[in-house]
Design a binder for this molecule. Structure first.
Ligand code: AMP
Ligand code: MG
Length: 400
């Protein structure tokens, strides 16, 4: 049986970044990935500017760390100075304003004392030529590439795009993900389940995970465990970049999902992963579309999504480095756990004096979504290792 790592490599091998589009610059661009290099259209700063409120000076006038100077101008941000500074002169200047010609340093306001007759006494023991000044073009030059294709857009990159005048960056498109629940016993959340029925947790759960992973989501409803119900909904789902199904992938007589997918041209890549929960996980491809058949129990679906679907989505979005977020932590308590497969056990991850500490949460297996709602991570436990000492190092799956 494939290990989680092997299965993930197979998934990523089939996931290629989506085509590029221009998206208006806004917070909606967060997490998208640039599809072209971006160059600045101007020098930044566009003029030599003051970094503080104070007095612009000629360094020679402050050679001994102090000087009495004549105030000849006042320069607010947004207005260009008109007068050059002559020897013995200074200009009051605001943060961000342009330095007058001749000036090459700024003394902070706190180091000044007004004198009569438009004069000011400046005293700065640590005075250095160039202090409190950002020269024109120091940050970037016009024509210089400031962001490379492949950069993930965070708030600071969005701010930088605004700085260089990009109104609509070229980015990889968000993947479209369809979510399809399956099962004769599954009813929608608004319904009162009869005996033997169960509410559809996964439709909402997986759509939320897909949205958090950066996809545009489409919820397709519940397919019954019949070919004539599954068929049309699967066909609809296959119009998207990613189709995520839940349920119907085990070995039962009514587990028709793999069969229906194959009938509709999906090539199976794998159908089992050595993990718990979620062993009977189906992954297949049709052209460049990715199809995930997750097991029906909510925790299996959730873990399968975090381990495989989310990294795949990241790759479709254009992220170069992708994978589940695994961190190292120490066990907060002694713990006994017998398992025949690598197990992702709901746990709480906390940052303490000695770094990350992980504590397993009581859990009743793959249907028990409530335990996961009290968790913020999954401790990774291994077969043939039934006893964990407090303080022992373990891996932890830690989705944000
Ligand atoms: P299956 O993978 O179809 O064999 O389903 C495994 C278990 O998960 C069964 O107990 C189902 O009732 C349950 N299940 C299947 N689909 C859902 C769903 N959408 N929401 C909640 N539970 C489900
Ligand atoms: Mg089922």
């Amino acid at each position: 049986m494939l290990t989680v790592e092997e299965a993930l490599q197979l998934v990523l091998r089939h996931a290629t970044p989506r085509s590029a589009v221009r998206v208006p610059l806004s917070p909606a661009c967060l997490g998208l990935v640039l599809a072209e290099d971006v160059a600045s259209d101007l020098d930044m700063p566009p003029y030599t500017k003051s970094l503080v409120d104070g007095y612009a000076v000629r360094a020679a006038d402050l050679a001994g760390g102090a000087g009495r100077l004549l105030v000849v101008d006042e320069i607010p941000a947004g207005r260009s100075p008109t007068l050059p500074l002559e020897a013995g002169q200074t200009a009051r200047i605001m943060t961000g304003a342009e330095l007058p010609a001749g000036a090459d340093a700024v003394v902070m306001l706190e180091r000044s004392e007004p004198l009569p007759d438009q004069r000011v006494y400046l005293r700065d023991e640590r005075f250095k030529p160039g202090q409190n000044v950002l020269p024109r073009g120091r940050e970037m030059r016009a024509g210089e590439v400031v962001l490379r294709a492949g950069t993930v857009l965070r708030p600071q990159e969005l701010g930088l795009l605004a700085t260089v005048g990009v109104k609509a960056p070229l980015v990889h498109q968000r993947p479209a993900a369809a979510i399809l629940s399956t099962g004769d016993e599954v009813v929608e959340p608004g319904e009162q389940p009869n005996r033997g029925q169960i509410r559809n947790s996964n439709g909402t759960l997986l759509a939320a995970q897909a949205a958090r992973a950066g996809a545009v989501t489409r919820y397709l409803g519940i397919a019954r465990d019949r070919l004539d119900s599954l068929g049309p909904l699967v066909a609809e789902g296959l119009k998207n970049d990613v189709l995520v199904l839940s349920g119907g992938v085990s070995a039962g007589k009514l587990d028709l999902v793999p069969e229906v997918l194959k009938e509709q041209g999906v090539t199976p890549v794998f159908h089992k992963v050595a993990m718990k929960p979620g062993k009977p996980l189906f992954f297949g491809v049709k052209e460049d579309r990715l199809i995930f058949g997750l097991p029906g129990n909510p925790v299996s679906a959730l873990v399968g999504f975090e381990l495989f679907v989310r990294p795949a989505m990241a790759r479709l979005l254009g992220h170069a480095a992708t994978g589940p977020r695994i961190v190292a932590a120490r066990m907060g308590v002694e713990f006994f756990y017998q398992t025949d497969r690598v197990t992702y056990h709901p746990a709480h991850l906390d940052f303490g004096e000695d770094g990350w500490v992980v504590t397993p949460i009581p859990w009743f297996g793959s249907p028990d979504l409530r335990a996961v709602s009290q968790a913020n991570a999954f401790a990774v436990f291994h077969p043939d290792h039934p006893h964990y000492r407090a303080g022992e190092r373990v891996s932890v799956l830690a989705p944000e």
